[in-house]
Design a protein around this ligand. Structure first.
Ligand code: AMP
Length: 214
């Protein structure tokens, strides 16, 4: 089963994808995490991606599509995958459809997590993430028990370079211009399911699991 988590930056895609991945036993593939891994290793791809990520812009389609299709060719995706942060443009969505079709596969469901713009800005500007396990915290609405430390694994919390207010605004503009058209694309294909992303993490999770199983 191939699932896509769709929604603006800060909508909770990563959090929900982690839960769904455990629940369904499918690998969680996050394009942003793959770029950050490459950046950490200082690969050519990572350094190229950084120049876009720092501005809150999208990394070019060609590079992004190649990276994801290579990841999807690995054996752990034999039963499908949960895609988080990809596709983000119509071109990426079409490339994914075209890559799956010859294998008799398709995108089964697109889980769209809907959150208002004000809430997204509030979330992004206060977000801190665990360097070790990627669990997100929020300094106001979901602070860690011990400042600077992850509740789940004790790892160090850090603020992503692209989670400043200015970059967050850019990322949202890019989302509305380039990614939001995917809502119509997948609605037409009859695979879009919408969840209320301002409910609690648990409630959103339940809604999504029910949508996938239903
Ligand atoms: P994320 O962790 O999903 O918020 O992604 C962080 C940054 O990585 C984005 O702001 C983009 O610069 C880049 N990125 C992640 N996924 C994509 C994608 N599908 N297409 C283009 N750029 C992406």
């Amino acid at each position: 089963m191939y699932l896509i988590l769709l929604g603006a930056p800060g909508a909770g895609k990563g959090t929900q994808a982690t839960t769904l991945s455990k629940e369904l036993g499918l690998p969680h593939i996050a394009s942003g995490d793959l770029f950050r891994e490459n950046l950490g290793k200082k690969t050519e791809l990572g350094l190229l991606a950084k120049s876009y990520m720092d501005r809150g812009a999208l990394v070019p389609d060609e590079v992004t599509i190649k990276m994801i299709l290579e990841r999807l060719a690995r054996p752990d995706t034999a039963n499908g995958a949960i895609l988080d942060g990809f596709p983000r443009t119509l071109e990426q969505a079409k490339a994914l459809d075209e890559a799956l079709a010859p294998q008799g596969k398709k995108v089964d469901k697109v889980l769209y997590i809907k959150v208002s713009t004000d809430e997204l800005l509030r979330r992004l500007a206060g977000r801190w993430i665990c360097r070790a396990c990627q669990t997100p915290f929020h300094m106001v609405s979901n602070p860690p028990k011990v400042a600077g430390k992850c509740d789940a694994c004790g790892g160090e919390l850090y603020q992503r370079d692209d989670d400043t207010v200015e970059t967050a605004k850019n990322r949202l503009e890019v989302y509305f211009a380039q990614t939001a058209p995917l809502i119509a694309y997948y609605t037409e294909k009859g695979v879009l399911v919408e969840a209320h992303g301002e409910n609690s993490v648990e409630q959103v999770g339940k809604e999504l699991v029910a949508a996938v199983r239903g």
